[in-house]
Design a protein. Structure first.
Length: 413
């Protein structure tokens, strides 16, 4: 039988424009293409294998879907394969019970929210912070799936503009809120707050304010990962005093004290390193892409990602990268997905690991430039994807081998 490659094009539509996602459907064959990335050091090998995905077609829209209002999502957090929460581009908080096709507007009052405003604890309990805190400076909470909301006690803030960088609840009582503060003098600082009563009140972590530690927390790239009410990390800056050191702050006593923690680097002398934080991350996770070279050894390359997530365990993990890292997401300690660049500038690779990052299998090739992944289990997942001009919501039911566009819409009352 002659080999054939069927190119299945899915047009991804948004209010900003259109773009295509290319998925290669390969016939059965006796050989499997492999790509092996290695470095000069004895690091784990990344094996990228091309699978044989199946062809899937999207269902025809129902009359209800056609009558609904089309929307574009900026954030998504799913509780299971059907139920989840999101923020749409217009600033509304929305909820789905059919896997992401139809959504219901559950926005509290007339407040606008952004892609870093939401933390979904489960199907019923969610916290949300306005994209720009208003005069009440409140964090909103629902415990009945968005039917009713209640605001927290006002957060003590000074003059200026305040917007959320991250919101996280390791458990139903303890929460952490990271804010960006912009003053009239164009000064930008990162502020951290803590709640111990389910979000009713928020107290500032004062020992960060005005300290040398805060100067290492950049305005937009700082992220956080808290595993409980006591243990957590803050980070996001390559220090000017030591370009080889990504600044990470760690607390083990609920923010009362902080220490600096270094990422593990190779022991070679004269190592020249560069790195940056990954922006498209799920709440409770942080990632740094790191590249190191030796001037006297042009063949030496240390290219890894350092990853920390509350879905894994309270320590940093790292693995070799076969390309530039664009996005990473872990469902649990062993199963994860990441998107990296390929030799083809028009296509990127979606990879999957089942052993915590020791090996990675290529599951699909896509034309996306960025992606925010969200998985309910090892098969069913979603991604908010874009090419720099337009964004779309896609869904997979076979672990990322095939992605089908979902055209989300808000049901009209």
């Amino acid at each position: 039988m002659k080999k054939a490659i069927i190119i299945f094009l899915c047009l991804l539509l948004s209010a900003c424009g259109t773009f295509a996602v290319k998925v290669e459907i390969l016939p059965q064959a006796t050989e499997t293409a492999q790509f092996v990335a290695t470095t000069a050091t004895a690091e784990p090998t990344v094996v990228v294998q091309t699978p044989m995905p199946t062809i899937t077609t999207a269902p025809s829209p129902t009359s209800t879907e056609l009558a609904a209002e089309p929307i574009t999502l900026s954030a998504i957090q799913m509780s299971d394969t059907l139920n989840g929460w999101g923020v749409e581009a217009g600033g509304r908080i929305i909820k789905t019970s059919d896997g992401g096709g139809l959504w219901r507007d559950v926005t509290p009052f007339q407040v606008s929210f952004g892609d870093r405003s939401l933390y979904a604890f489960n199907r019923e309990t969610v916290w949300a912070v306005p994209s720009q805190l208003d005069v009440n400076n409140s964090v909103w909470r629902t415990q009945d799936g968005g039917n009713t909301w209640e605001g927290s006690q006002p957060i003590s803030l000074g003059t200026g503009k305040y917007s959320p960088l991250n919101l996280q609840f390791p458990d139903a009582r303890h929460g952490w809120l990271l804010l960006l503060a912009e003053t009239e003098a164009q000064k930008r600082d990162v502020l951290l707050f803590k709640s111990s009563d389910g979000g009713e009140t928020w107290m500032p972590i004062k020992n960060l304010y005005g300290s040398a530690l805060q100067s290492y927390l950049p305005a937009t790239m700082t992220n956080m990962a808290f595993f409980d009410s006591q243990t957590g990390w803050l980070g996001g800056w390559w220090g000017n005093d030591d370009p080889k050191q990504w600044s990470i702050l760690k607390t083990s006593d609920g923010g009362a004290n902080w220490g600096k923690e270094a990422l593990q680097l190779p022991a070679q002398k004269n190592l020249q390193c560069n790195g940056h934080s990954i922006a498209e991350m799920a709440p409770g996770s942080m990632a740094v892409e790191l590249t190191c070279t030796l001037p006297n050894d042009p063949k030496y390359l240390y290219h890894r990602v350092h990853y920390l997530s509350t879905t894994v365990e309270a320590k940093w993990h790292s693995w070799v990268l076969p390309g530039q890292l664009l996005s990473v997401y872990f469902l649990n300690a062993r199963q994860g997905w990441m998107m990296v660049t390929s030799d083809n500038p028009q296509l990127n690779h979606v990879l999957y690991t089942r052993d915590g990052g020791e090996t990675w299998n290529k599951v699909s090739e896509v034309a996306w430039k960025h992606a925010q992944f969200e998985f309910a289990n090892d098969k069913v997942g979603w991604a908010i994807v874009g090419n720099g001009f337009a964004t779309a919501l896609v869904r997979t039911e076979n672990g990322g081998q095939v992605w089908i566009q979902v055209r989300p819409a808000i049901t009209k009352p």
